[in-house]
Design a binder for this molecule. Structure first.
Ligand SMILES: Nc1nc2c(ncn2[C@@H]2O[C@H](COP(=O)(O)OP(=O)(O)OP(=O)(O)O)[C@@H](O)[C@H]2O)c(=O)[nH]1
Ligand SMILES: [Mg+2]
Length: 693
């Protein structure tokens, strides 16, 4: 690939609700700009962007994928993202790190959907300029005016059509450009755009719509507005300039229409991107720190030192490629760089321009471009890379907490190590996936953003040769006590001929404040237990504490005081006192009103107002406690404490309660007493398990 100058680069991310047609649009761009010779079909083997087997199986994009076209001498970097809520972390990072502008795809018959709302809000937060492409104009019940009204109401009043459709549903055939008042049809499989006379029935509607558009453009700039109000017209040049300025500031959000599926309406969108979307150097500089931690900024200019950031990692199992957005400076092949997030040297060997997984080398890229780097050693998604001599680091990515956890086990014994290694590879590509090991149960836990996220991970494992089973994770209960007991005996005595075993201790046991852990007090006087055996008593108690006394869960928040003991000159040894300590502790624990503690999560639920009643009722039925509520835009945010055992399937339950419009985050908050009727069940299960073992 040739080198493109910064001013000729456009980094555009396609975002939408699942199935709105992002990938279809991306494939049609490639085809119409002659970057490929055959039109790719999303969600099939013939797709350039959806190339992973799991994407083909689910007919959906599950991770960010890139491609590029040359259009009007500009290089348009296309960033295609997932629209499923389970995989939105990729979408968010791509928007945040790699994009300079957004095309929001709305399926005309479906209108604004849950994820459309979400990505819209995110682009608001990131201050990214946006255009809206109303897709599937060829489908039944596709009505442009209805869809635009919905967009204005649900997303922004600033949305303003710059085109009108010609023909409806099955008879949809072309587009009327409101600025030039020309009609276009798309021939030769959509690859050629042909201008033709405005159908006479549409002329009046078009003129009216144009007037409204010019008014919108004028309203976003004082000088233009004055001229427009004075003369009632704007020159073509003023209109173009006004549109670009309004687009950049968000004062006007252009709405286009077409059918990606039938390849109608791609060229005008590519024109808008090439002529009106910002080049990387028109976007704000990015803040970060230098090697002394001082705040500095970088912008997309060749003369600055190189800095870049990885927004996606692909091919971890076959040949890892890190997708890098060049933030500042140019990057030349075979240069030494530094991973400033990890303080580690890296080598940028070959630079790849990528279309899906197909790659072509390039010797140098300008500031602002997007590039693939192969075989980086320590670099992961989110890391900053920089020039060896000029340190720059961006703040860490803010990743959402997983909302769902499953315990995972290989079906065949002996696959444990392989499972660990493969999960590591999968995590390289999918940074929303977390792998944890439970401290008490030792289970491997897969933590993800929803049910399908975990299921797709299992499918990837299967493809990599490991069959696994999933189970809901065990709840990490803890054991503790409410009462205090005194002077409890722990005795170990064994006489089997020869040297015997003998050790006795007397203990007090009392509860400690929640979260304190364990305290061991030696209150022995007069050598009732010789000094050297006291650590053995403590060890015996600590061992027992990790194994639990009533249900096999670790013991916490207790204070043990050893007050007395007995020993034998010949038979006593460390082992005997360990056992005595353990026995004494168990006896004391059982009579000190033992109880179980359960983990409680802090949950933050975001949902539209109308679901509040249901959600609050549901929190109650989960033994939860509402901490507070506030409104945030069109949504309500509820904070609550809910016991962990009641949150395991919350993801699916919230989805069905809100038709997918609610979302939530979870984080561990504290331990609280498990009500006794539930504790009895857990204890009974533990006994059963012990007998089976
Ligand atoms: N009739 C019609 N079908 C379309 C159009 N655009 C896309 N489709 C179909 O809609 C389905 C989804 O299209 P995709 O391009 O995969 O949608 P997406 O937005 O990438 O979806 P995700 O990757 O799952 O988020 C596919 O079956 C497409 O063939 C269109 O303009 N008209
Ligand atoms: Mg897709």
């Amino acid at each position: 690939m040739k080198r493109y100058e910064t001013k000729d680069i456009r980094n555009v991310v396609f975002v939408a609700h699942g199935g709105a047609g992002k990938t279809s649009l991306a494939e049609a761009f490639l085809y119409d700009a002659r970057a490929v010779t055959r039109l790719g079909v999303p969600g099939t083997d013939a797709s350039n962007f959806d190339y992973e087997p799991e994407e083909v199986k689910h007919h959906a994009t599950l991770q960010t994928s890139i491609g590029y076209v040359e259009w009007q001498k500009k290089k348009i970097n296309i960033l295609d993202t997932p629209g499923d809520q389970n995989f939105l972390v990729d979408t968010k990072i791509t928007m945040q790190v790699a994009a300079d502008a957004v095309v929001v795809v709305v399926s005309c018959p479906d209108g604004v959907q849950v994820v459309t709302d979400k990505v819209w809000q995110l682009s608001d937060e990131l201050g990214l300029p946006r255009a809206i492409f109303v897709n599937k104009m060829d489908r039944e019940r596709a009505d442009f005016d209805t869809c635009v009204a919905d967009i204005k109401k649900s997303l922004s009043e600033k949305a303003s059509p710059i085109q009108l459709p010609i023909g409806k549903e099955g008879a949809f055939e072309g587009i009327m450009d409101l600025l030039s008042l020309k009609a276009f049809r798309f021939v030769e499989e959509g690859t050629v755009m042909q201008s033709y006379d405005l159908p006479s029935g549409l002329a009046e509607t078009a003129r009216k719509a144009r007037e409204k558009l010019i008014e919108d453009i004028a309203s976003s700039d004082d000088v233009l507005l004055e001229k427009y109000l004075g003369t009632g017209e704007l020159s073509d040049e003023e209109i173009q300039r006004g549109l670009a300025k309004a687009f950049l500031s968000g004062g006007l959000i252009p709405v286009l229409c077409g059918s990606a599926g039938r390849n109608i309406g791609m060229q005008p969108l590519m024109d808008l991107i090439a002529n009106t979307f910002p080049a990387p150097d028109q976007r704000p500089a990015r803040p970060g720190v230098d090697d002394k931690g001082h705040a500095i900024e970088r912008s997309a200019r060749d003369e600055q030192p190189f800095a870049g950031r990885v927004f996606k990692t692909i091919g971890a199992d076959i040949g890892k490629i890190s997708l890098v957005r060049v933030l500042s400076g140019k990057l030349t092949a075979d240069s030494n760089v530094v991973n400033s997030s990890k303080d580690h040297a890296e080598r940028a060997g070959a630079l790849y321009a990528l279309i899906g997984k197909k790659r072509e080398t390039v010797s140098e890229v300008a500031a602002g471009d997007i590039i693939g780097l192969a075989k980086l050693k320590v670099t992961k998604t989110g890391d900053t890379l920089c020039d060896e001599k000029s340190f720059f680091r961006r703040p860490d990515l803010d990743l959402p907490q997983p909302v769902i956890k499953y315990a995972v086990q290989p079906k065949s014994k002996g696959d444990e190590d392989k499972l660990g290694a493969k999960l590591h590879d999968i995590q390289d590509e999918d940074i929303a996936l977390r792998v944890e090991r439970d401290r008490t149960s030792k289970e491997i836990l897969l933590c993800g953003m929803g049910q399908s996220h975990i299921e797709v991970t299992v499918e990837k494992l299967r493809r990599l040769g490991i069959e696994v089973t999933l189970a809901l994770p065990k709840i990490p209960y803890l054991e503790t006590i409410k009462g205090r007991v005194q002077n409890v005996e722990g005795k170990h005595k064994k006489q089997t001929g020869g040297k015997g075993q003998f050790g006795v201790c007397y203990l007090h046991l009392e509860p400690l404040a929640r979260g304190t852990g364990f305290e061991f007090v030696d209150a022995i006087v007069g050598g009732a237990i010789p000094r050297q055996f006291l650590p053995a008593v403590e060890k015996g108690i600590r061992d027992r504490m990790t194994k639990g006394v009533i249900a096999g869960y670790p013991v916490t928040d207790v204070k043990v005081t050893v007050i007395d003991g007995k020993y034998h000159d010949v038979d006593s040894d460390s082992r005997s006192f360990e056992i005595a300590g353990s026995k004494g502790f168990q006896a004391a624990f059982k009579s000190a009103k033992p109880l179980l503690l359960e983990p409680v999560m802090e949950v933050e639920i975001t949902c539209p107002e109308e679901y509040m009643g249901d959600i609050m009722g549901d929190i109650n039925s989960r033994r939860g406690r509402v901490l507070g509520m506030e409104s945030k835009g069109k949504n309500q945010v509820i904070k609550a404490h809910i016991p962990m055992s009641e949150t395991l399937k919350y993801s699916a339950d919230l989805r069905s309660m809100t038709g997918g419009r609610g979302s939530f985050s979870l984080a561990f908050s504290h331990y609280d007493e498990l009500p006794s009727h539930l504790a009895d069940k857990v204890i009974a299960e533990a006994k059963l398990q012990e007998e089976e073992d």
